[in-house]
Design a protein around this ligand. Structure first.
Ligand code: ARG
Length: 420
């Protein structure tokens, strides 16, 4: 490293885009810091991210690295998201919220290795990602200082930024500005802003890159079989594979059939409602198939209770509290429930939909001899009468004293008085 002696260092979460490129220079010039630029590969579009390293070094960063975090993302973050059926507001599979704490973990490690005293991110002051970055940094090392230039600098428009970039030797994009704010990783793709700011307008067809238009998706349905062990996907169509490869494959299959588009109004941590469009072919397919297996392997009350835990898990992660006591405890609950979520789920993709068509498990709580209306029924019907009496005892007592049965009694009495 060509770092100057005594100069403090900052680890920058670097994407290679305009904002964080301007930051590479801005941190040197305005804050007199040596810049360590780190890009986390969490499965975003580009395969080869070495151009990002070169770009940062070209602008004077003392060190730059694109780190492949994909396996760790799948194993340590997405496995937990699947166990918790992680979907914020019962809809959004948390792709951005899940990647931030992982990226931060690496930034903090690198800050420790390089002796940096600052971490810098490129998030805006209105979004969730600033909250996730900073709460993760606070949790992992409260001593580290945080820089969020977008909240501080006076480059308010893209034109201001382009102008500053030109003056300071930061390569400016030659293509027109992307009309949306995008985020992408293994768990899906988020599209915000631009034309989407009018929540009544249908999202333009050209914003999607991971999913086919359902109308032009294949005319033949495609069936997949997903194998789970203790709540973790371990095989696809009978082939064992690691979670990373499985997610990549599932994204392809589901995406080809136009499955996984979401269009929602979402509640941000900072209190703003925003219109969000997502494409989440693999994540939604996996979570929904996991849910289907849970309905077979968990008993009714546990399923209902777990739904509340799942919602709390999603809200906690969405709110940036991956590294928190509550999140850890919720993980423990989910992990315990997954002990017997082992088996297979079948589903069919067809023109934008996915329908679960079968499930089986060696630990299934579905008991044919209890469920059947045909031959081999072992359910004791004679027990039902007494069960229903006790099951409804409290409600019947209430009804006779305060509820509809009592009202009926009163009405009868007043009619009798009338007639007399
Ligand atoms: N609304 C989503 C979330 O908060 C997606 C955010 C995507 N980030 C972005 N810079 N576009 O998790």
């Amino acid at each position: 490293m060509a770092a100057e002696k005594n100069k403090e260092k900052v680890v920058l979460a670097y994407s290679g885009g305009l904002d964080t490129s301007v930051m590479v220079k801005w941190l040197q010039l305005e804050k007199n810091l040596d810049v360590v630029a780190i890009c986390g590969n969490v499965g975003q579009d580009a395969q080869d991210l070495t151009w990002i390293e070169k770009k940062a070094l070209g602008m004077g960063a003392v060190y730059s690295k694109a780190l492949d975090m994909r396996s760790e993302y799948a194993e340590d973050f997405l496995t937990k998201a699947i166990a918790a059926n992680g979907m914020y507001e019962d809809t959004y599979p948390l792709l951005s919220a899940l990647s931030r704490p992982l990226i931060v973990k690496h930034l903090v490690d690198i800050a420790h290795e390089t002796g940096a005293s600052y971490i810098c991110h490129g998030c805006t002051g209105k979004g969730n990602d600033q909250v996730r970055f900073e709460s993760s940094i606070h949790a992992l090392d409260p001593e580290l200082k945080i820089l969020a230039p977008v909240r501080e600098w006076d480059l308010h428009t893209r034109e201001d930024e382009m102008e500053w970039a030109k003056q300071h030797g930061v390569p400016v994009p030659t293509t027109a500005a992307k009309p949306y704010s995008l985020d992408e990783n293994l768990w899906g793709r988020a599209i915000e802003c631009g034309a989407l700011e009018d929540p009544w307008k249908e999202a333009p067809a050209d914003i999607y890159t991971l999913t086919a238009d359902p109308m032009s998706a294949p005319d033949e349905p495609e069936e997949v079989v997903l194998g789970f062990e203790q709540g973790k996907p371990v095989s696809l169509n009978g082939k064992k594979m690691d979670l990373l490869s499985l997610i990549i494959k599932m994204n392809k299959i589901a995406g080809k059939h136009g499955y996984g588009r979401l269009d929602m109004i979402e509640d941000r941590v900072v209190g703003i409602k925003s219109h969000e469009v997502y494409e989440c072919p693999g994540s939604l397919a996996i979570i929904n198939m996991h849910k289907a297996l849970e309905t077979m392997c968990l008993d009714g009350v546990t399923l209902q209770y777990k739904h509340m835990i799942d919602q709390q898990w999603a809200t906690t992660v969405y709110n940036g509290l991956w590294y928190s006591q509550l999140k850890q405890a919720l993980d423990a609950f989910c992990a315990d429930t997954q002990k017997f979520v082992t088996g297979q789920v079948k589903a069919k993709f067809y023109k934008g939909s996915m329908t679960v068509t079968g499930r089986k498990s060696a630990y299934s709580l579905y008991d044919y001899s209890l469920a059947t209306y045909g031959e081999g029924d072992t359910f004791d019907r004679s027990a039902s009468k007494g069960f229903i009496e006790l099951h409804t005892l409290a409600a019947t007592t209430w009804s006779k004293t305060q509820g509809p049965a009592a009202e009926y009694e009163l009405q009868k009495q007043s009619e009798n008085v009338h007639v007399a």
